[in-house]
Design a binder for this molecule. Structure first.
Ligand SMILES: [Zn+2]
Length: 118
């Protein structure tokens, strides 16, 4: 890709001819990324840039990588967590046991007092 030939300035301290020929345009390369939907995306990177291992597909939003035959799997949807699951995360089994005993004790007290009949 040769660009900027019309404006070839005399750069102060220009290097050897080879470097001057290329001008100041940063050489670019296209890198192909493949997503699980079979799309190919070819963003351009400067040749000396670090090419990221993954790229979001602009067409479907899935992650894409450099391996055409092994694109990254679509991200799993986060499974719905029940309220109980959240409670279990916060409380240990011992806590649960203590709370249960407390509830039972309170219940028995109320039953003894005739508030609950069953
Ligand atoms: Zn895609």
């Amino acid at each position: 890709m040769a660009g900027g030939n019309a404006i070839r300035g005399s750069r102060v301290g220009a290097g050897p001819m080879g470097e001057a020929e290329r001008g100041d345009a940063v050489p670019r390369m296209h890198v192909s990324y493949f997503c699980a939907s079979g799309h190919e995306t070819r963003p351009a990177f400067a040749v000396d840039a670090q090419v990221p291992p993954e790229w979001d597909c602009p067409r479907c939003g899935l992650p894409a990588n450099l391996d055409e035959h092994n694109p990254p799997p679509p991200p799993k949807t986060v499974p719905y967590k029940t309220h109980l699951a959240y409670v279990k995360e916060r409380r240990s089994e011992a806590d649960a046991e203590a709370i249960l005993q407390e509830a039972i004790t309170a219940l028995r007290a109320r039953r003894a007092a005739g508030e609950i009949i069953y």
